[in-house]
Design a protein around this ligand. Structure first.
Ligand code: KG4
Ligand code: ZN
Length: 347
């Protein structure tokens, strides 16, 4: 079957066409994929502005679909289903993708498939992998989410824990602003951290010695703020950091976040008794995180799958999880709505 998948949960407008056989486990081929990034629109605000994101999706969704169809060499009538990420995400952004998908379904008389964006981030690990990555502990670390799930299969997920405040990616983005770096902050912090001393600052590692599978990244943002302002001060607007100071702060911040993520991923493995760990989301592109996680999994003899770097940040190729729903006969009516919040147990 051939499926067109749409992704507009946050600030990337993306479409992909994937092809797969009807039988479970047969390989999935990506025929075409387009991602229109909105980074240039949000950079001056140093973060995603939901209203701007939604309007930009409206302008871009049709050209993105058109280019994807063109690149894939597929006639639009040959598609077997239209898939769309309808949860979780920014309401205004989700609506654009869902409306486009419904319009295509109506016009082409094709079935509609709902994609859970977080499940799709984990499914990115399955693409290009010969054996099944399920059952596994799935860790999503992105700009909007930092969560751990137990996945029994691609479509059955149970929430194990997650951030009680900010997502890891959001902490990267906010600390980058404090260090005078551009949005998105993750790649920028990672870049300058390479020359920094990660032991220069001992930033907090929340819950690290507790068994709960939760994260908290708001305290570390405050700690970085105090570190920049200097003892007893909170205002750092006039502080000018030299490149060594900025690099040390970035490296120490990154080390603290990575320590928390790695520790909780390994605790989740221990608590569930599962032998596979799958990681997706924008922060999974972080080099130091990948290295530390690989080491921890090697030591614990855990099978680690991290999404390929180009499939860590938002894209529609990971919407290939729709193939699993197609095979399971899970189609939606055109009454399907968006669900912006987190769904803890789902199928
Ligand atoms: O998955 P994603 O594209 O969007 C959401 O679903 O939220 O993730 C975007 C997040 C941003 O916060 C960005 O700063 C972060 O991923 N990110 C990184 C890196 N590349 C992207 N964080 C740390 N290191 C990176 N190399
Ligand atoms: Zn995402």
């Amino acid at each position: 079957m051939k499926i067109l998948a749409l992704e507009t949960t946050c600030d990337e407008t993306a479409a992909a066409i994937v092809e797969a056989g009807d039988s479970s486990g047969s390989p999935i081929q990506v025929l075409g994929s387009v991602v229109a990034s909105q980074t240039d629109l949000h950079v001056e605000f140093k973060g995603v502005v939901p209203e701007i994101a939604a309007r930009a999706h409206v302008e871009r969704i049709l050209p993105v679909i058109h280019r994807t169809v063109e690149r894939s060499g597929v006639q639009i009538g040959e598609l077997d289903a239209i898939a769309v990420a309808n949860t979780p995400g920014l309401s205004g952004s989700l609506i654009v993708g869902l409306m486009a998908a419904k319009a295509l379904c109506l016009a082409l008389e094709k079935p509609l498939i709902a994609v859970n964006h977080l499940h799709a981030h984990i499914y990115a690990c399955q693409l290009g992998c010969q054996e099944s990555i399920y059952p596994c502990v799935g860790m999503i670390v992105s700009g909007g989410h930092s969560h751990l799930y137990r996945f029994d299969d691609p479509l059955t997920a149970h929430y194990l824990g997650g951030t009680i405040d900010d997502a890891a990616g959001e902490a990267f983005d906010k600390v980058a602003v404090m260090l005078g770096l551009n949005y998105p902050g993750g790649p920028e912090i990672s870049r300058i951290a390479q020359t920094g001393d990660e032991t220069a600052w001992a930033f907090p590692r929340s819950f690290i010695s507790e068994q709960r599978l939760d994260f908290s990244f708001s305290g570390i943002k405050t700690a970085v703020r105090y570190a920049i302002a200097g003892p007893g001060k909170t205002n750092f607007d006039d502080v000018v950091l030299d490149s060594k100071q900025a690099a040390d702060l970035a490296a120490s911040f990154q080390a603290a976040v990575v320590d928390c993520l790695v520790a909780k991923a390994m605790q989740a493995i221990q608590q569930t008794g599962l032998g596979q760990l799958c990681v997706g989301g924008g922060v999974a592109a972080n080099r130091r995180f990948r290295i530390q996680l690989e080491k921890a999994c090697r030591d614990a003899q855990v099978n680690l799958h991290i999404a390929p770097t180009d499939l860590c940040t938002d894209n529609a190729v990971m919407g290939a999880i729709a193939v699993e729903r197609y095979r399971a006969g899970l189609f939606e009516s055109l009454d399907l709505d968006i669900a912006p919040g987190l769904v803890r147990v789902s199928r």
